[in-house]
Design a binder for this molecule. Structure first.
Ligand code: ADE
Ligand code: ZN
Length: 396
């Protein structure tokens, strides 16, 4: 390979645009760049984006199913399917307040976040031994892999377990070993984000952070979840300061049910890298502008928002508006066992309801890899895989 490209990228851009307009295939255009493709990624991306924008064909489900994806907002405890709930209850000698799997699913009608959390905290009681956490995590990662999720950042709620006498290392040990095995056997990469329960005290969060320190290498970031309204982010300023001093990245649920003010606090007090949900930011134009200007990603969970009545229907969801405001929006499943779908189902629902085109889907998936807690090289590997998928699937 030569040290310098034998062509001028600016001239090349014009030549390529003419070919795109004439309907030439993405794969042919990309291969015409040859070795220079890696040196001129903006040009390769221009080709992909221009050809995607030129495509007026409907988006087939198979395109969404097959696209390599990342997930950045999934509570591992929220992936507990009723079948596993019964299995863990049986092997731990526990009684459930339900007689069948169908009865559990029928109970999944929620008025708001609080009514969901009651069932969620009831469900986690079946998780007792390290093997339960291991099996739960394996089941999610297997499902994720089947949906072509290449990378996942999973939340866990240690206080939901230590508060009922389960040791911190039982919880994290089971999850971590499942992550290692899934990487080796299934090729899916994952990282762990430890959440503090915001309806508990800051002292309890500090004690949890202390328990996590011996496992620092297994946790990439800390987050904030559970009942939002009445528990503003500023309540956790000290513990987030300590977490950052210890080298953790930070995220927080904000603007799911809570007001835009909670998003401001998450940014300015907790210094978060991403906002989980954040959909209510749209009520505050200055906040929306700040998120766009600073490129703060939002991990949006469409089916969750409908199930918890943040929006009446997927058609009413503001995801497209958020994208149109220039925000770095990503799509995620939140608590897939409770909300009627994993990541692919979330993509399919919004694509259909909001009539997203291939370019929108590409941007959403690309945003997830860009917003992930990965090194630039790791991101580039996934982004190349994504671009390769686009160029290979232009005719589908
Ligand atoms: N814990 C699990 N799912 C949650 C959600 N959607 N919001 C806040 N806390 C949660
Ligand atoms: Zn969540």
């Amino acid at each position: 390979m030569h040290d310098t490209c034998p062509f001028n990228p600016f001239v090349e851009r014009i030549r390529i645009q003419e070919k795109i307009d004439a309907g030439e295939k993405t794969s042919a255009l990309l291969s015409s760049l040859g070795d220079c493709k890696r040196k001129t990624p903006p040009l390769a991306r221009t080709i992909i984006i221009s050809t995607l924008k030129n495509q007026k064909k409907p988006v087939p489900e198979a395109f969404i199913e097959g696209i390599p994806k990342a997930e950045l907002h999934i509570h591992i405890e929220g992936s507990l399917e009723p079948e596993l709930m019964f299995e863990f209850a049986r092997r731990n000698g526990l009684r459930l307040p339900f007689t069948s799997v169908d009865e559990v699913r029928e109970a999944y009608e929620f008025a708001d976040l609080q009514s969901f959390l009651q069932l969620y905290y009831q469900g986690v009681r079946v998780l007792v031994n390290e093997r339960d956490f291991y099996d739960l995590t394996c089941a999610y990662l297997k499902k994720a892999r089947s949906q072509n999720i290449r990378y996942s950042e999973m939340f866990f709620d240690p206080q939901a377990h230590t508060g009922r006498g389960i040791a911190f290392d039982t919880v994290i040990g089971g999850i971590h070993h499942a992550m290692l095995d899934a990487k080796q056997r299934l090729g899916i990469s994952s990282k762990l984000v430890m959440c503090f329960l915001r309806d508990l005290s800051e002292e309890s969060a500090i004690a949890t952070l202390q328990q996590a320190l011996p496992f620092k290498d297994w946790i990439v970031a800390v987050g904030l979840d559970s009942s939002e309204v009445g528990h503003p982010p500023e309540k956790f300023t000290k513990v987030f300061d300590k977490a950052r001093e210890e080298g953790f990245l930070t995220v927080a649920h904000a603007g799911e049910e809570g007001p835009p003010e909670y998003v401001w606090q998450a940014l300015d007090r907790l210094k978060v890298s991403r906002i989980d949900h954040g959909v209510r930011c749209i009520e505050d134009p200055d906040l929306t502008a700040r998120l766009a200007a600073d490129g703060i990603p939002l991990t949006v969970c469409p089916l969750s928002n409908v199930k918890l009545r943040v929006f009446e229907s997927v058609e009413q969801h503001n995801l497209k508006q958020l994208l149109d405001h220039g925000l770095c929006v990503t799509i995620n499943s939140d608590d897939p066992a409770y909300f009627g779908g994993y990541l692919t189902e979330n993509f399919l629902a919004v694509q259909k309801a909001l009539r997203l085109d291939r370019h929108d889907i590409y941007c959403l998936v690309r945003n997830s890899f860009q917003a992930a807690f990965l090194s630039p090289d790791e991101k580039q590997t996934f982004l190349d895989e994504l671009d390769n998928y686009i160029s290979q699937n232009q005719d589908k």
